[in-house]
Design a protein. Structure first.
Length: 429
RNA sequence: GCGGGUGUAGCUCAGCUGGUUAGAGCGCCAGAUUGUGGAUCUGGAGGUCACGGGUUCGAGACCCGUCACUCGCCCCA
């Protein structure tokens, strides 16, 4: 008797909770999102790198904040066979910062990196919230000037606009100030909340202990009232932080990026400062954040590197894939079809000839002419190249345009030339 | 981690207050059409009714538990 899960199915066919198989249609959308991000990043002068999917646990535990939810209850952490504690990455930035230090990249600053790949977080699954999900990510390392934030935010805006999501998404922006500002603000905020302790929700009372700034974006009705009258960080910025924020706003204006200042926007991770921003949508329910990031000047130092400023963002590929319009396959294949099994040999030879010439070619494995034509139709072939005894005798092929149904006999010698018109072209049925 | 909803064919769903071999549409396969796809018609395959237990003469329907998905909270991309 095979082992069974509690659900009663053989575990070998059960997906792990919060994971999914990305099948053809989804994969096309997934790729469309990734490629749009990469294409935009490239235009901004970024280069693509890849860091490991897992790191020593310390890399994340130290940088994300010992008390953050991600570290305390959401990481996939385990000991490998040598007894080292490793963790499947829950986010990109810490790994990129680690790579920056490990590879001595300090010398090559400023650096602009693009990454993509899977992330792992043990959360309760929901639409747009998976245990394995994918992100595209962009980081600028070694630039303290707000111009880097402007560039990174403009890149995000262009990326989303390129996906045709400009209307579905809005940019919210805030500043967290520098360390001095944040410390002073924290004290002020704590004092304010202490005065209103009785009226805060239980969740928020807990947050006061762990991350008081988080109370600011509570969804509880009662909390919101109190938060609305709470002191704002933007009112208590020290000179440096104020100058920084003003320059950022100016830069966005010049770059033509529309934003909305949200004084309640905060970050869950400890290493953020100054710029904090999110592109959000109403279309995905509770999981409305589609791209988020900010500045993390202290991170690399915190990890033991020479102090190096950084800024960047990550975007959820699955969330964006749900928002974009249907995508069409980019190439339609050419179907080669033998009339009768006896001609499969010569047709295979022809298929290989065309493939090596750069055409996308599909060949059925069995069946009558009608069946093979049906298959050609179903895979969206642009044209069918039909070869029967008659064609063989004349050293030719019959080429059928699948959209119009028109057929022409073409000499084998000039077949590639004739098929040029179907290369990488959608026929618009 | 907390609260609510849902779970019937590959997909979308029907199945009335528990009653004989569980249905439809789409899709799939085959044929009408032995050198021609998309349309139409005909036929066919496909279901431990999420899983386990209970109530009952009898459960897809009712009860309990589990699992998964989903909505909100939490968290966050």
């Amino acid at each position: 008797m095979a082992a069974r899960t509690k659900a009663g199915r053989a575990p070998s066919v059960e997906r792990v909770r919060g994971t999914r198989d990305i099948l053809a249609d989804d994969m096309r959308r997934h790729r469309a999102v990734e490629e749009a991000a990469w294409a935009t990043a490239r235009r901004y002068g970024f280069t693509e790198i890849a860091t490991p999917v897992f790191e020593f646990t310390e890399v994340f535990a130290r940088t994300l904040g010992e008390t953050s939810d991600i570290v305390t209850k959401e990481m996939y952490t385990f000991d490998d066979r040598s007894g080292d504690s490793v963790t499947l990455r829950p986010e990109f930035t810490a790994g990129v910062a680690r790579a920056f230090i490990s590879n001595g990249l300090r010398q090559q600053v400023p650096l602009k990196f693009f990454c993509r790949g899977p992330m792992f977080r043990y959360e309760r699954p929901q639409k747009g919230r998976l245990r394995q999900f994918h992100q595209v990510d962009v980081e600028i390392l070694g630039v303290a000037e707000p111009l880097a934030d402007v560039e990174v935010i403009a890149l995000g805006a262009d990326f989303l606009a390129g996906l045709d999501l400009a209307d579905k998404v809005k940019l919210e922006l805030n500043t967290l100030g520098d360390a001095e500002t944040r410390k002073a603000y924290r004290t002020k905020l704590l004092a304010y909340f202490a005065d209103h302790r009785g009226k805060l929700s239980g969740d928020s009372l807990n947050r006061i202990e762990s991350n008081p700034l988080r109370v600011l974006d509570s969804k509880d009705e009662g909390d919101r009232e109190i938060v609305a009258r709470a002191p704002r960080i933007t009112d208590g910025l020290n000179d440096a932080s104020k100058r920084y924020f003003d320059a950022l706003l100016d830069g966005l204006h010049v770059a033509g990026v529309a934003y909305e200042i949200n004084p309640r926007l905060v970050r869950g991770l400890d290493y953020y400062c100054h710029a904090a921003f999110e592109f959000t949508t109403q279309a995905l329910g509770a999981q409305g954040t589609v791209l988020a990031g900010g500045r993390y000047d202290g991170l690399i130092e915190m990890m033991g590197g020479t102090p190096t400023p950084g800024t960047g963002w990550a975007a959820g590929v699955e969330r964006l894939a749900m928002l974009i319009a249907e995508t069409e396959p980019e190439v339609r294949p050419i179907a080669v079809v033998p009339v009768g099994a006896a001609l499969e040999g010569p047709v295979l030879e022809l298929a290989q000839r065309l493939r090596r010439a750069g055409f996308t070619v599909d060949m059925g494995y069995s069946g009558t002419l009608a069946k093979r034509m049906r298959r050609a139709d179903r895979i969206g072939a642009a044209a069918a190249v039909i070869i029967g005894e008659d064609e063989i005798d004349r050293d030719a092929a019959t080429v059928r345009d699948m959209a119009s149904g028109e057929q022409r006999e073409i000499a084998l010698a000039s077949l590639e030339h004739h098929l040029e018109r179907y290369r990488g072209k959608a026929d618009g049925r």
